[in-house]
Design a protein around this ligand. Structure first.
Ligand code: NAD
Length: 472
């Protein structure tokens, strides 16, 4: 595997080994190719309109429907590569597994598990595993596709994948959680692996769950395979800096956008939804840079202080009490008022579909940085765009986590571990380079940053598809 980020070689975002010159690709005419097997049955099928796969419900596509709309928006900018667009509109592989476990009371329970590999044209699948009672196939499909886009946007040598189990892990004992994780890993073991698909933590999964996944896969393989998952404990080949990486990425991209729009971070007022791994770290870094964090919302409520919340004290409060609720000194606001808070930067870092047509008109911020995956609906995106509010999409804003996961995977392969300084320096550099390219494309085409990120990413994925050709 080639190292996509050989940092001794300062390559601009255009024209390097893994990042073809996007401007040239989108305008270049690919040579005419003969139609696929014309005058044959297969040819007729290839030419026929592409029906929705039977496992989807056209009336309720869920998060996958949002992803499809985003792909449709980018298609006109892909030039000749758009002939491959259908490959992005259906996942490469979907595995649905039954996960039976024995509960502590001796009864059996069955859970539904998924692993979806959306696209692997540029490398092995990469993406987290979510344990949540509301996980659906549509959600896992959308999250896997956003991983493909994110990895290509940052130019990591990965495709996109995601997994999940429909379970409320809070209802399980530690033993039950371990049995669930091990059985799920064993079931999806036929499609994951250090060179095939590398899971990582997502909502309600953590370093311990990654350790159990790594151990189960290794036991089945007969040798330790630390590169099969990322987000592991440091003692098992995890990377320094991984836990903070997503929040650090949100901050880094926020700094870049602020420079472009003439916003002084040290004077900026910030509102954050979600004060966990992503929102908490991002808030801490913005506060360290002199910004004023005026409002924070989490599952427990919304707190506000015009002169600025004490972020280190709030982090301590949350680690002790589980929520921002009850933090003093601060006012409590009704949750709905969070979206209308007077601020310069709004960071949704909790859940999907939070900024909608219903609240997008209230937002006063100059920029929205998406720490969460999929927090803005397409309708809300349009409203914010017409109101000149810059939306920095998840597929670049929260890419810091997967970038350091990539470092972890590289370190595991080479069994050579880097210092935290090295990791943070490389992370910041990669994100800045990626964002510079996206900003340039947004200006060239006069499109939103989301569409620009999709242009860069889909071009890279489809160019890999074009170069590899269709097997057989
Ligand atoms: P986390 O579990 O550490 O934190 C989630 C936060 O959201 C908590 O503060 C929680 O109270 C809050 N929350 C939950 N329900 C809420 C509600 N109804 N209203 C308001 N707040 C609510 O999770 P995380 O790792 O910070 O992930 C947050 C988001 O970022 C998710 O969308 C995740 O997919 C995405 N993300 C995470 C990473 C990562 O490395 N952790 C990387 C990329 C994207």
């Amino acid at each position: 595997m080639r190292n996509a980020h050989d940092l001794t070689d300062k390559r601009p975002w255009t024209g390097h080994a893994w990042g073809p010159n996007i401007a040239a690709l989108t305008t270049r005419q690919f040579p005419e190719r003969r139609p696929l097997m014309s005058n044959s049955t297969a040819g007729v099928q290839a030419m026929s309109p592409h029906a929705l796969p039977s496992y989807l419900n056209a009336k309720d596509l869920g998060p996958w429907g949002i992803y499809l709309q985003q792909v449709d928006r980018v298609t006109p900018y892909l030039g000749a590569l758009s002939r491959w667009i259908e490959t992005l509109k259906r996942p490469k592989r979907i595995l649905i597994v039954d996960v039976p476990i024995e509960l502590d009371n001796g009864t059996m329970a069955h859970f539904e598990g998924y692993r979806v590999q959306h696209n692997t044209s540029r490398g092995p699948g990469k993406g987290g595993v979510r344990f949540h009672q509301d996980v659906t196939l549509s959600e896992v499909m959308a999250l896997s596709a956003w991983m493909s886009v994110k990895n290509a946007a940052v130019n990591l040598p990965f495709g996109g994948a995601k997994g999940g189990i429909r379970v409320d892990p809070k209802t399980l004992s530690r033993g039950e959680l371990e049995r669930l994780t091990r059985r799920y890993t064993s079931e999806i073991g036929i499609i994951i692996g250090p060179n095939k698909d590398i899971p990582a933590p997502d909502v309600n999964t953590n370093e311990q769950i990654m350790a159990w996944m790594m151990d189960t896969y290794s036991m089945n393989e007969g040798s330790t395979a630390s590169g099969v998952v990322t987000g592991k404990p440091i003692a098992l080949g995890g990377s320094l800096g991984r836990r903070e990486a997503t929040g650090r990425g949100v901050f880094t991209i926020g700094q870049e956008v602020a420079q472009h729009i003439g916003l002084d971070i040290s004077q900026a007022r910030i509102a954050v939804q979600g004060f966990g791994n992503v929102g908490g770290i991002a808030a801490k870094l913005f506060a360290q840079a002199g910004a004023t964090v005026v409002a924070v919302q989490d599952h427990g409520g919304t707190i506000y202080k015009a002169s600025g919340l004490d972020v280190p004290a709030l982090l301590k409060h949350v680690s002790e009490h589980g929520s921002v609720q009850g933090f003093m000194p601060a006012e409590t606001l009704p949750d709905a008022q969070f979206w209308g808070v007077d601020c310069d930067i709004l960071i949704p870092a909790a859940l999907e579909q939070q900024i909608t047509a219903a609240n997008a008109h209230q937002i006063k911020a100059r920029m929205v940085i998406e720490g969460a995956n999929g927090p803005t609906t397409p309708e809300a995106d349009d409203i914010l765009h017409t109101r000149n509010i810059v939306v920095v999409p998840d597929v670049i804003a929260n890419a810091g986590g997967v970038t350091v996961s990539y470092f972890e995977w590289v370190q595991d392969f080479s069994s050579f571990f880097w210092s935290e300084d090295d990791i943070n320096t490389r992370l910041v550099r990669i994100l800045r380079e990626a964002f510079a390219g996206i900003w340039q494309v947004a200006n060239e085409h006069k499109v939103s940053l989301r569409t620009a990120t999709f242009i860069v990413a889909c071009t890279r994925m489809l160019q890999a598809r074009e170069l590899r050709g269709l097997y057989p």
